[in-house]
Design a protein around this ligand. Sequence first.
Ligand SMILES: [Zn+2]
Length: 577
Amino acid sequence: MKMSKMYIRTLREAPAEAVVPSHILMLRAGMIRKIVSGIYGFMPLGYRVLRKVENIVREEMDAAGGQEILMSALQPAELWQESGRWGDYGPEMWRIKDRNGREFCLGPTHEEIFTDIIRNEVSSYRQLPVNLYQIQHKYRDEARPRFGLMRSREFVMKDAYSFDRDEESLNESYQNMYDTYTRIFNRCGLEFRPVEADTGAIGGSASHEFQALTENGESTIAFCEKCDYAATDESAVCVDAPASNEEMLPLEKKSTPGTKTIEAVANYLDLPQSRTIKALLYETYDEEGSVTGYVAAFIRGDRQANETKLINALGINEYQLAFANEEKMAAVTGCVGGFTGPKGLHDCKIIVDSELPGLRNLCAGANEADCHYINMNYGRDYEADMIVNFKLVGEGDVCPECGAPLKFKRGMEVGQVFKLGTKYSKAMGAVYKDENMKEHEIVMGCYGIGVTRTLSAIVEQHHDDNGIIWPVSVAPYHVIVTVVKQKDEEAMDLADRLEKELSAKGVEVMVDDRDERPGVKFKDADLLGIPVRITVGKKAAEGIVEYRLRTDDQSVELPVGEAVAKAAAFISEGLSH
Ligand SMILES: [Zn+2]
């Protein structure tokens, strides 16, 4: 394809709001355009990349036994009310009404629709297992859309759902998808890690996230260098400190004026922070946003809280927990801002981190201004409504599998697999009859890939100062033929020959025949990230061209036939894995 006829507009500078390389470079390369905050349109080159990623997903899903369907993005509220998620989903769900006032949402995910299809059509064990998938737009009204395609409000997702007769069969379906995802992300050229993940609002018993490793990722991954353990920081297990065998000392109240923080009280009493108890005060809300109660969570002073684990333990949704208004909470529970401890609190749920009962003689607030207790011991001095391990894992904490220190990396979630079990089939009545005509709930799994987000991840991992460096498998074109003087007939003939011969070998070629200075053309070729550049320059009359890979600094001069053979071999090698 001749660039003079293509709709491409590159930008020298990206808009100021773009701060991460993938967002900057895809805008500058003219691959995406912002429609409105968090919503993007795909321009010709960007759309080619999107379709290539989709096709890799499609080929691997089909090879794994998945069957592609296409459901509507608009979903009736009734199905979500049946599963109980209409209320649970919160403000991220994009809700709309039709002209008669009937409620719908723009699907953030499709468990309900797929379960509805299956319950109406599957009745016998003979019809199972089934794996259905679609590649389609999803909608989530993100509070802070940012980083271009990385966190957008409309995005393309591949979502698959498996339906099995029992757990054992689900385990096979899950492993099949896990392996398929590994192949998909390998083919997309991503460096990634599957990690244990929180099951969150979708619910279920087990989950893995596929995290592309990148500095700008929004997730933190904790992993062990000694064994295979890897998990997102919100799902990683922070191992309890070993129980202490110290004698319990007598409880003592100390005057600790003005020591409102752990650091201040530890300094004042000359204690390590690990001998203090930190209080975290929360309020909980119902689905309408009214306060339903108070929660005081206690954790060792030097630890951080993992709110996801608190939320899961409380069995509520993320938007139903927030830090308390301390004054209002004090009036109800007797807490005192900066001096709150577990002894003597009332009318609130007391959650104690799992390692505190094993530790001895700690310092905690006395629920009295400017006072702390020392030698506070669980069982003797305070109790809990719930004991929960809600410690956030820190770098260097011990691996829960082998005890070696954990390391941290940044990642970007590009896929997630879930064992849902019977959560949706139970709520929505999706059942089958076994060999003895006995009825059972269908056991489900669900499997998502953020297709547009995968594009971001690829660019985050494959770029340099000059632009994108697409892996061959997803490059919008494989080869760019840059004609230095497009008015030189011999040069244009040679470019035509290159295009024809390469195309005949299945190589996708774009020819830069624009009326631009050579410097502009070279810059654009680098920015667009086409894997191979063949320059038709001053030796065109002798049939000599310059051959350069996007990843190399140097070009080599080659007779045109050799350049064709070399490019074709390079592309075919790149497509083979
Ligand atoms: Zn380990």
